[in-house]
Design a protein around this ligand. Structure first.
Ligand code: BEZ
Length: 220
């Protein structure tokens, strides 16, 4: 396979722990300003490359079909692509007519690429005109808590998006960490001791499942 030269310098992209960059944009549900939107709720902000394309249609339908699960996690969905409002409306209507699935959440019409550039969704060595498949998990304080980037040719996994959201919220609520493949009902990890006293205490703690002082699990 021929190797392609990478021509574009790495961009600065929003990172985990950063304040989510603010913006005001046109969406299929009217204008939204991120920092004023969905007060006291989580936001899953996600981009897709283009309206009227096959993988994107499956993904958007996936978000739409599982919107109630996001609502149950106190989470609002906000989609985005570098398309006009007219294209968004046409696509939403077309998918509804063809499949019965309705994209009942705001989709940003990022025709000037303002939000795509702000969130590192435009990755020019992948595409200079279409956003990659990004997902930003934004907490009620508008802090970025988890970021996913997928290329144009691979759709995301909705189970994993929901699992990661539940893991983040459970970690916050109980001050615990989540092990590999954690899902609701599994044991969680107790934060490791930070000094010798805590270490010795942990070594004598028979209430948790202990591998050693630094890896102890418990039921919630
Ligand atoms: C798609 O959603 O199918 C797609 C969009 C842009 C590039 C490649 C695939």
């Amino acid at each position: 396979m021929e190797t392609q030269e990478i021509t574009t310098a790495p961009a600065i992209i929003p990172r985990i722990g950063d304040k989510a960059p603010n913006f005001t944009s046109k969406t299929t549900k009217g204008d939204i300003t991120l920092h004023d939107y969905a007060k006291d709720k989580w936001i899953v902000l996600f981009s897709h490359p283009a309206d009227f394309t096959p993988v994107c249609t499956t993904e958007m339908s996936g978000f739409a079909l599982r919107k109630d699960e996001f609502t149950a996690f106190n989470t609002e969905l906000v989609g985005l692509s570098i398309d006009s409002i007219h294209a968004h409306l046409g696509w939403v209507n077309n998918v509804k007519e063809k499949t019965g699935v309705y994209f009942d959440f705001p989709i940003i019409a990022d025709i000037d690429m303002k939000v795509s550039k702000l969130y590192g969704m435009l990755q020019p060595n992948e595409s200079e005109t279409a956003a990659v498949r990004a997902v930003f998990f934004i907490d009620p304080e508008k802090k970025i808590r988890l970021v996913m980037y997928y290329p144009l040719n691979v759709g995301r996994n909705m189970d994993e998006i929901l699992r990661a959201l539940e893991a983040l919220q459970t970690s916050d609520k109980y001050d615990v960490a989540m092990p590999l493949d954690w899902k609701k009902g599994d044991k969680v990890i107790i934060p490791p001791p930070k000094n010798l006293d805590e270490m010795n205490q942990r070594l004598n703690d028979d209430t948790c499942e202990r591998t050693d002082f630094y890896l102890c699990k418990k039921e919630l």
